[in-house]
Design a protein around this ligand. Structure first.
Ligand SMILES: [Zn+2]
Length: 485
């Protein structure tokens, strides 16, 4: 037990770090330094805590709710001549098939894409079957390139000019036809050109009109559940059956992901720098690139996170419930805890809201782990959202058709020592109940941590060495959210 005492773990690291400073610079040195610095950051509070404690209180009066409006929504039929650059047309890639190796060029061989799609295709007469609703359980055949190059939008507008039609979207300089899905690449362009690495962007453009839902994972590079949630959600979509578009960026912070770190290579938290600045620091520039190249195309955004190091979360949304549209939006998430948080400056979620995009964060599980249960909860809830938004129809079986709303607070440890929890994530607790005990490994003094009010454990620290003041339990009390209607 004494092995876990902070001094016994910290001292060797200090010695190691100072020893390594004396050695010539090697990759090993860089890594060890990184590890050491990160240890200090780990102990700090993170946005998981800050998000709740710095939130503006939930207003009960809906009349004063802030309204948001997406500047592009009105004329969102198609990107006008916004991009003077020559666009290429994305080939349809069946996302259910094995992915080709990464890299923009390999996805879009100049010849392949232009040969198939360059001549303006004569639209084929639309067949009745295209508008017939399909059995959602039926396995739909793969859409071929030929189908992809004949957007049905042209046909639909021929028959009924007033009818809203599916649109071709332009993303990252590439046109994506209705009824197709594809894989693009985004790079912030901040690296040495020859060494530049791009991160995949999955796009499914539905054959029917609808909103644009964006899903982002691993804005913090060590939060892995979101990567899998984005993958499963996107790869399960059939463009022929989809209304609207879904854009997924499974690994936003590729640098952090490769290093197993929450942060960017400059030690900054990317989720404090949105919407970014093209002339600012590295994080500002990366944030700016992501925001302008991708996020600005979304009408709705779910930014997926996990608890940060050594804290775990029940699957939950962090949402600014003072905004009317957000209140309506979160109703679509099945079996999710919804925790009010107005968010802090620089977060992707708050920057998106400021730009008129309806945005929430989803928190599920722990960092550095892949957790099947938490992933399933996320995927399930995103599917229910798409169903509620009329984007998909899967005869979704609603468990409890509404999410559960919580007012919440964090309880901090008052003493340093080793924390052992008596309760599990998701447990219901009553006021005064013991949640866990912190024991000083040297003096053997034990101090219990009590619940201050009745509620449910929606987030908690895993058993570990804690210092006084460490945020240990996130307790949510169920609350009523006033209805708009
Ligand atoms: Zn995060």
């Amino acid at each position: 037990m004494s092995m876990n005492h902070p001094l016994s773990t910290l001292l060797p690291r200090i010695l190691l770090a100072s020893l390594l400073y004396c050695l010539p610079c090697t990759p090993a040195l860089a890594e060890s330094q990184l590890e050491f610095e990160e240890t200090e950051t780990e102990a700090a509070d993170d946005e998981n805590v800050e998000d709740i404690e710095s939130s503006k209180p939930l207003r009960k009066n809906i009349d004063h709710a802030r309204k948001i409006s997406h500047p592009d929504q009105a004329g969102a039929s198609e990107d006008p001549e916004s991009s003077p650059k020559k666009k290429k047309i994305a080939p349809h890639i069946n996302l259910k098939e094995l992915a080709p190796p990464p890299g923009v060029q390999s996805f879009f061989p100049e010849t392949g894409a232009s040969e198939t799609l360059e001549p303006e295709p004569e639209p084929e007469p639309k067949t009745a079957t295209e508008t017939t609703p399909k059995d959602p359980n039926e396995v739909t055949p793969t859409v071929s390139h030929d189908q992809a190059s004949n957007p049905e939008s042209t046909n639909a507008s021929d028959t009924d000019p007033t009818k809203e039609v599916a649109r071709t979207i332009t993303l990252l300089g590439t046109e994506i036809m209705p009824g197709t899905s594809t894989r693009l690449s985004w790079s912030s362009g901040m690296q040495i050109a020859g060494l530049s690495q791009s991160t995949p962007v999955l796009v499914v453009n539905g054959s029917k009109p609808g909103p644009t839902l964006c899903l982002t994972g691993a804005v913090h590079g060590d939060e892995l559940n979101g990567i899998e949630i984005v993958r499963r959600t996107l790869y399960d979509l059939d463009p022929e059956m989809l209304a609207g578009q879904v854009i997924g960026v499974p690994i936003v912070n590729l640098q952090g992901f490769q290093q197993g770190s929450r942060y960017l290579s400059d030690r900054r938290d990317l989720n404090r720098h949105f919407p970014g600045n093209p002339t600012g620091n590295l994080a500002d520039r990366i944030a700016y690139s992501l925001f302008n190249e991708i996020i600005s195309h979304c009408t709705m955004l779910v930014d997926i996170h996990t608890g940060s190091l050594k804290r775990t979360n029940l699957p939950q949304l962090r949402a600014d419930m003072n905004i009317a549209e957000v209140r309506t939006f979160v109703k679509g998430f099945d079996r999710m805890a919804v925790v009010h948080s107005s968010g802090t400056g620089g977060m992707l979620r708050t920057a998106a809201l400021d730009a008129g995009i309806i945005a929430v964060s989803m928190e599920s599980g722990e960092s550095l782990r892949i957790q099947e249960k938490q992933i399933k909860a996320g995927v399930n809830s995103l599917n229910s959202l798409m169903e509620k938004q009329n984007m998909i129809s899967r005869l979704f079986v609603w468990g409890k058709p509404e999410p559960v709303y919580y007012d919440s607070y964090w309880i901090r440890a008052e003493h340093a020592g080793i924390l052992f929890s008596k309760k599990k994530l998701g447990d219901r607790v009553i006021k005064g109940q013991v949640l866990g005990v912190v024991t000083d490994p040297i003096t053997n003094a034990s101090h219990a941590i009590h619940a201050r009010a009745t509620g449910r454990i929606i987030g908690m620290a895993v058993d570990q060495v804690v210092m006084a003041g460490f945020a240990a339990y996130h307790i949510g009390a169920e609350t009523e959210i006033p209805d708009e209607e």
